[in-house]
Design a protein around this ligand. Structure first.
Ligand code: SAM
Length: 317
């Protein structure tokens, strides 16, 4: 089975449609800030024969797999191992000074979820690693071994929006006094045991805690908060950005950054807006767009997706 059969890129046709006006320009540069297995990128390289792709990922396995998949496009492709808040440096490092189209398809890839030993999935027992970049940083097991009860509670509340955060943090502290909590199977057992019967009906008890640990391990929200403005900065007039988010914390952050970019900076009370105060961007979709019923049925990964998109309409100066 080819990668194309295993993994269907989410909202592909809509992403192509939204980015087309920017990528049909001669010599256009397309940045796929979350290359993953290269599904979106492959389709963009096929549909827009004139583009140069700069593909970023912090996961070296993803870069290797996507590199093999995209090898047939030769020197139209530059792949960069980086966290995506380094987007501007990646573009200049590849020899360009702007990006005409930018795509962020946030979160973990099916590759990361499916490879059991990376510890992202609560359905498979594995060491609790959860680093997207396995060459650096703190693992989920390190966090569970070293954070105090208050800090565990805070991340479960903030990044998992978990109502039972305090109860789960206490249970982990008690369990780790007996033996390290360093495998996903053991963490799931601890969480299930700490979940009151009445709360067991609302989804898997481990879902939100796993999400919170993943966000903390990879500093996902802090990185995204820097990455969106950095991406907007390298778009020329007519350049476009599309962001696909899969959980509300990310989507809220993207919404806020784009709302900021489309705001007029005219001081309150000024009767006429001066050109230098006019918005730098316009939104391309109203609110957040969802996948159709048909796509959700075909591709369950598309179920939680929220798409937002914007176009630069004037320079910053
Ligand atoms: C949902 S997948 C992308 C799937 C891809 N669009 C495709 O069609 O194959 C997200 C990818 O982004 C990467 N990623 C997540 N956060 C990142 C970050 N802060 N910097 C760089 N890459 C990141 C992950 O390692 C993962 O490979």
């Amino acid at each position: 089975m080819s990668l194309r059969d295993i993994h269907t890129p989410v909202l592909l046709e809509r992403c192509v449609e939204l980015l087309a006006p920017a990528l049909e320009r001669p010599g256009a540069v397309f940045v796929d800030a979350t290359l993953g297995m290269g599904g979106h990128s492959e389709a963009f390289l096929e549909r827009f024969p004139g583009i140069h792709l700069i593909g970023l990922d912090r996961d070296q396995d993803a870069l290797r797999i996507a590199g093999e998949r995209l090898a047939r496009f030769g020197d139209r492709v530059t792949l960069v191992h980086t966290v995506y808040d380094g987007i501007a440096e990646a573009v200049t490092g590849a020899g360009f000074d702007a990006a005409d189209g930018i795509l962020f398809d946030l979160g973990v890839s099916s590759l990361q979820l499916d490879v059991a030993d990376r510890g992202f999935a609560y359905s498979q027992d594995a060491p609790l690693d959860m680093r997207m970049d396995q060459s650096a940083g703190t693992t989920a097991a390190d966090i569970l071994a070293t954070y105090g009860e208050g800090d565990l509670r805070r991340i479960f509340e903030r990044y998992g929006e978990e109502k039972l955060a305090g109860r789960y943090a206490r249970a982990i502290i008690a369990a780790r006094a007996q033996a390290p909590v360093d495998r996903s199977g053991r963490l799931v057992e601890i969480l299930i045991a700490a979940t009151p019967y009445v709360a067991q009906r609302s989804g898997h008890p481990a879902k939100r805690v796993f999400q919170a640990l993943r966000i903390e391990v990879n500093r996902e929200l802090a990185v995204l908060e820097r990455a969106v403005p950095a991406a907007l900065d390298i778009l020329p007039v007519g350049g476009r950005i599309v962001v696909l988010s899969y959980q509300s914390l990310e989507d809220r952050l993207v919404k806020r950054e784009l709302a900021d970019a489309v705001k007029s900076t005219a001081p309150a009370g000024l009767p006429v807006e001066l050109p230098e105060h006019a918005p730098r961007f316009r939104l391309l979709v109203k609110g957040a767009e969802l996948a159709s019923e048909e796509e959700r049925a075909r591709n369950p990964r598309a179920t939680p997706v929220r798409l937002r998109a914007a176009e630069r309409v004037r320079t910053s100066s």
